[in-house]
Design a binder for this molecule. Sequence first.
Ligand SMILES: NC(=O)c1ccc[n+]([C@@H]2O[C@H](COP(=O)([O-])OP(=O)(O)OC[C@H]3O[C@@H](n4cnc5c(N)ncnc54)[C@H](O)[C@@H]3O)[C@@H](O)[C@H]2O)c1
Length: 272
Amino acid sequence: MTAVDGGTEVQEELTQTQGLMAGKRGIVFGVANERSLAWYCSKALYEQGAELAFTYQGEALEKRIMPLAAKVKSPFVEMCDLGKDDQIDAVFQKLEKTWDSIDFIIHAVAFAHKEDLEGHFVDTSRAGFALALDVSAYTLTAVTKRALPLMKKGGTVTTLTYYGAEKVVPHYNVMGVAKAALEASVMYLASDLGEKNIRVNAISAGPVKTLAAMGIAGFRDMLKFVESKAPLKRNVEAAEVGKTALYLASDLSSGVTGETIHVDCGYSILGM
Ligand SMILES: NC(=O)c1ccc[n+]([C@@H]2O[C@H](COP(=O)([O-])OP(=O)(O)OC[C@H]3O[C@@H](n4cnc5c(N)ncnc54)[C@H](O)[C@@H]3O)[C@@H](O)[C@H]2O)c1
């Protein structure tokens, strides 16, 4: 199978084994292209035996996601703007017709207006604040609620966050506030759903060059800074985020819920 990235052909063979995710099915929100962290999570889960369903935000992304979904033999790919409850409802109604149960959700979705990811946080508009919080934080609760009837034997919900939730990172601004709400949502959802054996966790990834990341002013400088300062003296690789998603979605993490795990080459431990 061949995926196309801006005219460059990307050849990649994926092999599936009956591994840690054998017999498990789940839905992935947030694949935009082959650089997406959601795609790296998908590959890690697929290679260990998982079956995957996907949604994509809008028509423009369809030609990107279809070849990727085919590569992991996905039986379910639907368009869904997670900002719209009726579209989320429709996706879960269709998913119930494809599978009678699911075991995991990967949520890797965030959005803020470009003008809110440069300059000063104090200039954030009411509408920009509401949009960033809605898409980047509330959608985790929106999809988790609809997944509950399908998580019959329990399950896992894994989302993607960033250090800008904990400390001030230049230009991250309203997205930092949204990620703080997301990380708090992870704890509240974990508390609500623990008795159903549903575990909810977040991966706090170091900076990775993706479509969403390139919308943050000064992102390239961030990569250089982290590389020079992080204990491992490098930036994290997207595949390392994928491996942590595998840990969180599989039985390896059976005792872990409500947690935010940093996958950032150690950057977040530094005081100075
Ligand atoms: N790349 C990084 O440096 C980094 C670091 C830490 C955390 N993250 C987080 O990882 C997640 C995935 O981002 P990425 O970096 O892989 O970039 P990406 O651009 O590949 O993925 C972002 C996804 O969000 C989707 N999205 C945005 N608004 C949506 C909506 N209304 N409805 C449905 N989907 C919507 C986009 O379509 C896209 O698929 C985000 O939550 C991001 O904040 C990224």
